[in-house]
Design a protein around this ligand. Structure first.
Ligand SMILES: NC(=O)c1ccc[n+]([C@@H]2O[C@H](COP(=O)([O-])OP(=O)(O)OC[C@H]3O[C@@H](n4cnc5c(N)ncnc54)[C@H](O)[C@@H]3O)[C@@H](O)[C@H]2O)c1
Length: 243
């Protein structure tokens, strides 16, 4: 039977109550890990949780689908997760999340020369991030570039905001060569991601204008749907296009 883990008992209970059939709800990671019948764990909590529980989940032979892909840019953690996956046979699955074009990036990976991603969000969507600290008490009335640099640095300054950049970098030319710009814009029409890739294959651009999830304004609706689609692809035999 399905189970969920949330360190906040209220959050866990509310989520469990909203699901049918109702999963068992845990607040203690070791009780959750001891629960039988779980083939795959979907992480949708934080990079910290991937660090704390990722290896233990894979060591228990389960697969791990993770949304907090920024955690994978920590090379030591990446190596430990990969080793556990190889040793115990569980997969590590990173959904395309709040972006698209991941399949195309992977396809041309060996032929890429540059990848840039510009993420534009409303200031309130960036609150609490270390990279937003100097703007917490200031009103932003026009677009402000908060950061421009590597994906590796971006995920440290915006750990809950630019997992998309991590995913793009993992599919493409890696966290040090992927250039990320984070823009706060009070007039942004949603969470906007502009991805541009160039190389011997030619060039492509993707622009996503994401609406927030109706139940969680911090998360793009597309990210949730992408996670569901990844699960669907895992369990459904038959025709698969683009993955
Ligand atoms: N890859 C993508 O495109 C993408 C898109 C959206 C969100 N995300 C990432 O997914 C993660 C979840 O996002 P969200 O908006 O749903 O977050 P959220 O803050 O709304 O929900 C996180 C939940 O995890 C729980 N939690 C936090 N730490 C925990 C711990 N140590 N143990 C157990 N439970 C814990 C919290 O209590 C909360 O209920 C974030 O890291 C976010 O950056 C990735």
């Amino acid at each position: 039977m399905a189970a969920l883990l949330d360190k906040d008992p209220e959050q866990g209970r509310a989520l469990a109550d909203s699901l049918d059939p109702r999963p068992v709800s845990f607040t203690d990671p070791s009780e959750f890990l001891a629960h039988e019948g779980l083939d795959i764990v979907v992480e949708c909590a934080s990079q910290v949780v991937v660090r704390e529980l990722g290896v233990a989940i894979l060591n228990s032979g389960r697969s791990l689908l993770l949304m907090s892909s920024g955690a994978l840019l920590d090379q030591e953690l990446f190596d430990a997760l990969k080793a556990a996956s190889v040793q115990f046979g569980g997969q590590i699955i990173v959904p395309s999340g709040a972006v698209g074009g991941i399949d195309a990036l992977r396809a041309v990976q060996a032929d890429l020369e540059s990848v840039t991603i510009v993420s534009t969000k409303r200031p309130e969507a960036l609150r609490g991030a270390p990279g937003f600290a100097e703007y917490e008490d200031r009103e932003i009335v026009e677009p402000v570039t908060l950061f421009e640099g590597s994906a590796a640095d971006a995920v440290k300054l915006f750990p809950a905001n630019v997992n998309v950049a991590a995913t793009v970098s993992l599919a493409g030319i890696g966290p040090h060569r992927t250039i990320v710009r984070v823009v706060a814009d009070p007039a942004a029409p949603g969470n906007v991601h502009d991805i541009r890739a160039t190389g011997g294959f030619g060039e492509f651009r993707f622009r996503l204008v994401n609406r927030p999830h109706p139940k969680n304004p911090r998360t793009s609706h597309l990210a949730v749907l992408a996670a569901i689609e990844s699960l669907r692809a895992l369990v459904n035999p038959g025709l698969r296009v683009g993955t």
